[in-house]
Write a protein that binds this ligand. Structure first.
Ligand code: GLU
Length: 420
């Protein structure tokens, strides 16, 4: 039988409903969390280097502003669509709530393969997209940040475009900016650093020794590569990593510093990387490797009902957003595989985004140590809250993290009441 096309927003609804049932909520209490507050779809032309004009489509979706301004990244990817951006926006709301930072959630995306554009074309696309979503964004209402295929340079263009439209510099309109225009120290490493902190905390609770455990990482972009860097520094053996170009495996452990250097000088792709003892593997093979810890750090929908039975890890830490479907979640739970959900595991990025925004609003500048200490404090305390909740209720960590977040969202809505 043909399977229904995968819709990540269905995952979101399932997860919210299952948290609501643990909390014993009436549907009217939490119904608002199942709908995005505002959705903007834009279509816009971009002049290509050869003089032709190409049309592009993009979105900015605000899921919730109950707990504060909407917050969330912008991705450039050929598969961006409305349901994906809706799901990503909702995950941001729950992520900010679970770690207790004063934001709601949003996400943006442009349907484009950035590898097919020149740097000048990408800049024109970014500036025009920013102008199209400008009515929605701003330091007090909705603050974008980097996500898949966007980075500090792109954030700089967004900041500049928005500032030109306003007539004055507005650094607080985006986070993840280069340091010279108001970015925060520590923001670049923050998501991966946070994933490593959460991995350390859960392994400690599970009595797993980092020094004798292996880890497999899918995705070597900003999140996966930094996660690999910190986990290998903490003594873990990284046995396999992959990206869109290929996967590499060495059961004795990969040389992570060497791989990170290679990525810097080879267009951030693993393709053609060579070292003693490595074998090339596919992304599918990588997910099914025998490993102590598996970290999906690429895109959504990687662990599904098709491969959940073949996962050969004791612990999964979700560094990507939405890598596991609801059906796979159930299979993993039955199989006794512990899973730390995305909204907790990868929250380090938005936590330091919050620090960046707070510094911008006050025109202050924190040193890196202060940023990292504060990040660690927020991550460890959110982890402990979720850990205690799951321990008390004997549910999955995903369910527990959503319960912790949903409680805060429902409370915020109740306090604010309904307008008018
Ligand atoms: N795109 C990142 C995420 O999914 C960071 C968002 C932000 O910093 O606003 O969490």
């Amino acid at each position: 039988m043909a399977r229904e096309a995968y819709n990540p927003y269905t995952n979101v609804i399932n997860t919210i409903k299952s948290a609501a049932s643990v909390l014993g909520l009436e549907e009217s209490d939490y119904a608002a969390t199942m709908y995005p507050e505002r959705e903007l779809k834009v279509s816009f032309p971009v002049r290509m280097d050869n003089g032709t004009v190409k049309m592009f489509e993009g979105y900015r979706i605000q899921h919730s502003s109950s707990r504060g301004p909407c917050k969330g990244g912008i991705r450039f990817h050929q598969n961006v669509d409305e349901n994906e951006v809706k799901a990503l926006a909702a995950w941001m709301t729950f992520k900010c709530a679970v770690v207790g930072i004063p934001y709601g959630g949003a996400k943006g995306g442009v349907k484009v393969n950035p590898d097919e554009l020149s740097c000048a074309e990408l800049q024109r696309l970014t500036r025009r997209y920013t102008a199209m979503i400008a009515p929605l964004i701003g330091p007090e209402q909705d603050i974008p940040a980097p996500d898949v295929n966007t980075n500090g340079e792109v954030m700089g263009w967004i900041m500049d475009t928005y500032s030109m439209l306003k007539g004055h510099a507005v650094p607080g309109v985006v986070t993840g900016k280069p340091i010279d225009i108001g970015g925060s120290l520590g923001r670049g490493d923050a998501t991966g650093r946070g994933v490593a902190i959460i991995t350390r905390e859960i392994m400690n609770k599970m009595n797993m020794d980092m020094k004798t455990s292996s880890v497999t990482i899918q995705g070597m972009g900003n999140v996966g590569s930094i996660t690999a860097k910190y986990l290998s520094k903490m003594g873990m053996k990284v046995i396999a990593v992959s990206d869109v170009s290929c996967g590499i495996y060495n059961p004795k452990g990969l040389n992570i510093p060497k791989i990170l250097d290679y990525l810097k000088t080879h267009g951030n792709l693993l393709k053609n990387y060579k070292d003693e003892g490595i074998t090339y593997i596919s992304n599918e093979e990588l997910l099914e490797l025998k490993t102590d810890v598996l970290i999906p750090a690429a895109l959504e929908n990687q662990i599904t009902e098709d491969n959940a039975n073949k996962i050969n890890a004791s612990l999964i830490v979700e560094a990507a957003n939405g890598p596991t479907t609801s059906q796979a979640d159930r299979i993993l739970e039955e199989r006794g595989i512990t899973l730390i959900p995305d909204i907790l595991a990868n929250a380090g990025g938005v936590v330091v985004s919050y620090f960046e925004w707070a510094q911008n609003l006050q025109s202050l500048f924190w040193d890196e140590e202060e940023v990292n200490n504060r990040l660690s404090h927020v991550m460890v305390s959110a982890f402990n809250t979720v850990f205690n909740f799951q321990d008390e209720h004997k549910i999955t960590y995903r369910n527990a993290a959503y319960c912790v977040a949903l409680k805060k969202l429902v409370e915020a809505k109740k306090i604010r009441g309904i307008f008018p």
